[in-house]
Design a protein around this ligand. Structure first.
Ligand code: AMP
Ligand code: ZN
Length: 138
């Protein structure tokens, strides 16, 4: 999808409405329209990309810093007990909107939300996957 038809680019350009909470030269933060919790916010780069796999280093740095600022603000303003950060990258990771976006979800003691089911490694599996990832990074 190009930036002309991208829903988050349209929000950045002000062509469709949003509940903006923060804006600077490189990023925009606005409320998610179907919140996991009240105050659930999305942080997006102003320059179009698809996800973590093609975002520029500059855009990603800007998104990260805005995420930090807005997370601090959400916790303070909503008197939350914590904030989850989450990013879905590609369809099978749950990405629906093809423009990079970080989810900021305020959390409250006893809210009962369970985002991550945990598993366990089999014998030798951790060493194997560690080596696979390391070999691509080195
Ligand atoms: P994801 O599944 O990570 O791609 O998340 C996309 C998110 O965008 C969902 O949580 C939607 O609720 C949210 N969303 C979609 N359209 C809008 C919109 N026009 N304004 C605000 N949030 C939106
Ligand atoms: Zn876009």
């Amino acid at each position: 999808m190009n930036d002309k038809d991208c829903i988050f680019c349209k929000i950045v350009r002000g062509e469709i409405p949003s509940f903006k909470v923060y804006e600077d030269d490189d990023t925009l933060a606005f409320l998610d329209i179907h919140p996991v919790a009240s105050g659930h916010t999305l942080v997006v780069p102003k320059v179009h990309a698809t996800n973590i796999f093609d975002i520029s280093s500059e855009s990603w740095t800007a998104v990260s810093e805005t995420t930090r600022k807005v997370a601090v603000a959400i916790e303070r303003a909503l008197e939350a007990d914590g904030v989850n950060l989450m990013m879905n990258n590609r369809e099978h990771a749950g990405q629906v909107v093809e423009h990079p976006h970080m989810h900021l979800i305020p959390r409250f003691k006893g809210d009962g939300l369970k985002l991550w089911p945990h598993g366990a490694y089999k014998e030798g599996e951790a060493e194997n996957v560690q080596e696979k990832i390391r070999s691509v990074l080195i």
